[in-house]
Design a protein around this ligand. Structure first.
Ligand code: FAD
Length: 283
């Protein structure tokens, strides 16, 4: 960890953004992102739509972040991709000066056949290592509450181990609001011999409907007490945001006090909630 960076928040953080479709969106994202640089992030990552659907926007945002002097990671999903297409994109990323990837399988929208030459993220990690050696620092996804398509919790742990054995350097988790699931996951994978850092993914709560929609899709559990409180707030967005800040700051505080290696914020391209959580954590 870089000591100067750690001072800004008292703790290493990384930040995730998604690429926008319009110029106005890109301008707004730039403004939000630059506010967040006050946190001196270890790196900023940009998501990548499965099937290469956002490649231009993803690489464009990554290029901008690098030009702003901040380390950038490109997410990279392999579903539907061929070895040749991945080889070309890796060469492009390398030429851009990217040193960090978040390697994923990705999810194709329903109706798309998977096709492609990669089945799992572990295949992608192995391919990146075989093609580019140690040129990239590779992060992979981890699921403390179990990936929704996993055959069983044990099968999901094995899938995670396969990514580590293929050459992943670190993992970022799906977001969760139950810290025990994270600690259990870390204990389990360490017992099985995987010792790479597992960085908790943190989703600030700013909107009830958005959170419910995402969580249903990705299998993240919203504990009953949080769900009921959010529902009770109805359209009262100020109360939702205030409650969300308390809940997520407490979660981060607990994770930090138990010695997690860093925090990775799913910013949703908004600076306010992440900035406020980090401000409270420094106090
Ligand atoms: P994998 O690790 O391949 O796992 C997928 C499923 O296959 C799991 O159920 C696993 O248990 C199972 N599995 C894996 N290997 C085997 C095997 N050998 N045998 C049997 N079953 C196996 N999606 C995007 O499209 N773009 C993004 O930018 C993006 N960023 C993300 C960032 C983070 C930090 C996280 C946590 C998720 C992100 N996602 C993104 C979502 C991710 O693509 C989906 O969750 C996807 O469904 C799984 O991707 P994965 O890399 O975890 O896949």
């Amino acid at each position: 960890m870089n000591a100067a960076k750690a001072q800004a928040t008292g703790f290493p953080v990384s930040l995730e953004f998604f690429p926008t479709k319009t110029q106005a969106g890109a301008d707004k994202l730039r403004a939000e992102r630059q506010q967040l640089y006050a946190l001196s992030p270890e790196f900023c990552s940009v998501t990548y739509g499965a099937g290469g659907s956002t490649q231009e926007g993803t690489f464009g945002a990554v290029r901008e972040i690098l030009a702003e002097g901040v380390p950038a990671a490109s997410h990279f999903s392999c579903i539907g991709a061929t070895r040749e297409s991945v080889r070309q994109e890796l060469a492009q990323l390398k030429a851009m000066g990217v040193k960090r990837l978040v390697a994923l399988r990705g999810d194709l929208p329903s109706g798309y056949g998977a096709g492609g030459e990669f089945q799992y993220a572990s295949d992608l990690v192995a391919f990146i290592r075989a093609e580019t050696g140690r040129d990239f620092h590779i992060e992979v996804a981890a699921y403390p509450e179990v990936h929704p398509q996993a055959r069983s919790p044990e099968a999901d742990l094995k899938a995670y181990l396969a990514k580590v054995q293929a050459g992943a350097d670190a993992a970022i988790t799906q977001y969760f609001y139950n810290a025990d699931a994270y600690f259990r996951f870390v204990d389990d994978v360490q017992r099985l011999g995987a010792s790479i850092p597992v960085v908790p993914g943190i989703m600030p709560i700013t909107s009830s409907t958005q959170l419910m929609r995402f969580s249903d899709a990705c299998g993240a559990e919203i504990p009953r007490w949080i769900r009921l409180r959010l529902q009770a707030f109805g359209d009262d967005t100020a109360s939702i945001k205030a409650f969300g800040l308390d809940v997520v700051t407490d979660l981060c505080d607990k994770l930090r006090s138990e010695g997690v290696p860093a925090l990775h914020f799913y910013t949703m391209n908004q600076s306010a909630a992440t900035l406020e959580i980090c401000r409270r954590l420094v106090l």
